[in-house]
Design a protein around this ligand. Structure first.
Ligand code: MG
Length: 450
């Protein structure tokens, strides 16, 4: 298999392993690039709880200050809260220091536009051009501004969420809720939101020390402790977040994880039953969303994979809800970004209004089995393979916007090049595990013969 390198500079930002490839000089240079890109304007900076966060933050501040930027420090905060603050403070941009769901030794920089959304691919290319050319703004000593510390980072975000839902309806239910924040950025805010919604909170891993007790990706295999807690404490629902708290996973009252795909399906159902409108999801998200949209006569539009692609499509079609099947819920009235807190509030409201249990609610949504796999592939062969797959399946219902998506009557396959590794990702979804597996096996065999 081709070597996976531990530094990735791409349009998604820069990501590496601290103590190895993610070094202070590299971080300073990136911050100088962003300060230059933002024209020496105001830049809001936040970080997740990772132990390396303080080193990365100091390097980022140094680079930004050298370009004459006004740095506003939001400290440890979830990525959706940072996005809200970039907007609220009328900043010229934002930087989040987080490697999201990646293991503890990783860290990364993510860059935001003045409206709080991620840089799109053209903007990110422009930033990378500045980085490579090294022509940074170099402010003179008189142009260096002291860092401003923002004290009130969360309340505004929580207020927006509480304005969107019916707080009284949720409070009246006095839900018992279990949470696992993986000692990440959600640790500071999630309990507070739940208490403001009148919930009795049973929390694990909500100490914001950045020592992750398990892999922070909120997928079922990493959530066994939370599942056990839900069962033992007899709570109504369990929630898990990744380290920067943009992704949300749900555990039902019997301790079963719903699978991340069903976070967006439930939230979509909750939103469009109140407010009919278009739904946007990326091409790799479950077909259960199409079924939910159909139930409420809503239209669904598919976008390329990547949060900013979903957001830009949502803006174009005026969607009322959207997101990604990895537990990334986007509700424009709260935030044009994946927001686990918005997801928590709207799911609780859905639960309260329905009068059902969470497992009862999920039964109203058709169930599918999704299988994700990957195969290594040299970067120079990637696109010829995708072209050959498209040719092989040309008589099927194809979407070629992002790799090859093949829509069969009762299943689908999505084959795309990874943005970050020399691999081809393969996702299959079907009504049965056996059928999804056989779709994956067949395409792998076909690729091997190409
Ligand atoms: Mg994340």
């Amino acid at each position: 298999m081709a070597k996976v390198r531990s530094l990735k500079i791409s349009i998604s930002g820069v990501r590496g392993i601290v103590g190895d490839t993610l070094t202070p000089p590299l971080l300073i240079r990136f911050a100088q690039s962003f300060g230059t890109y933002a024209n020496g304007g105001t830049v809001v900076v936040g970080r997740d709880t990772r132990v390396s966060g303080e080193m990365v933050k100091c390097a980022v501040f140094s680079g930004l200050i050298s370009t004459g930027s006004q740095v506003i420090d939001c400290g440890v905060c979830p990525v959706p809260s940072l996005q809200v603050m970039v907007r609220r403070l009328n900043a010229d941009g934002g930087i989040m220091i987080t490697a999201s769901h990646n293991p503890i030794e990783w860290n990364a920089l993510k860059f935001f536009q003045p409206d709080g959304t991620y840089l799109n691919s053209q903007q990110a290319e422009e930033l990378l051009d500045i980085y490579h050319q090294g022509e940074f703004i170099r402010a003179a000593w008189k142009g260096y501004l002291p860092v401003r510390i923002e004290e009130n980072v969360f309340q505004h975000h929580l207020d927006i969420i509480k304005d969107f839902v019916d707080v009284d309806v949720i409070r009246a239910k006095k839900f018992r809720v279990a949470i696992d924040c993986c000692n990440g950025a959600g640790s500071i805010v999630t309990s507070q939101l739940l208490k403001e919604l009148g919930c009795d909170v049973v929390a694990i891993n909500d100490i914001p020390n950045g020592i992750f007790p398990h892999n922070p990706e909120p997928i079922p295999e990493n959530l066994t402790e939370l599942c056990k807690l839900v069962k033992e404490k007899k709570v109504d629902i369990g929630f898990a977040q990744d380290a920067d708290a943009d992704r949300l996973a749900i555990i039902n009252e019997t301790g079963e994880p719903l699978g991340e795909e069903y976070t967006l399906a439930l939230v979509t159902q909750a939103v469009i039953k109140r407010k009919p409108g278009t739904v946007v999801a990326n091409l790799s998200t479950t077909r259960a969303l199409d079924d939910v949209a159909k139930m409420y006569n809503a239209q669904i539009v598919r976008s390329k994979v990547g949060e900013i692609n979903v957001v830009e499509t949502m803006k174009k079609v005026g969607a009322v809800v959207g997101g990604e099947g990895n537990g990334g819920v986007i509700i424009p009235e709260i935030n044009y970004g994946r927001d686990s807190f918005g997801g928590i509030a709207i799911v609780l409201q859905h639960l309260a209004e329905s009068g059902q249990t969470i497992s009862g609610l999920v039964k109203t949504i058709p169930q599918y089995i999704m299988i994700k796999t990957k195969i290594s592939c040299p970067s120079d062969k990637m696109f010829s393979i995708l072209r050959k797959i498209a040719e092989l399946y040309k008589n099927e219902n194809l979407n070629l916007e992002d790799g090859v998506k093949i829509n069969f009557p009762d299943s689908w396959l999505h084959i795309r090049a990874s943005n970050t590794e020399p691999i081809i990702r393969i996702i299959a979804e079907s009504k049965t595990k056996q059928q999804a597996e056989s779709l994956c096996d067949k395409i792998k065999q076909q690729i091997a013969e190409m």
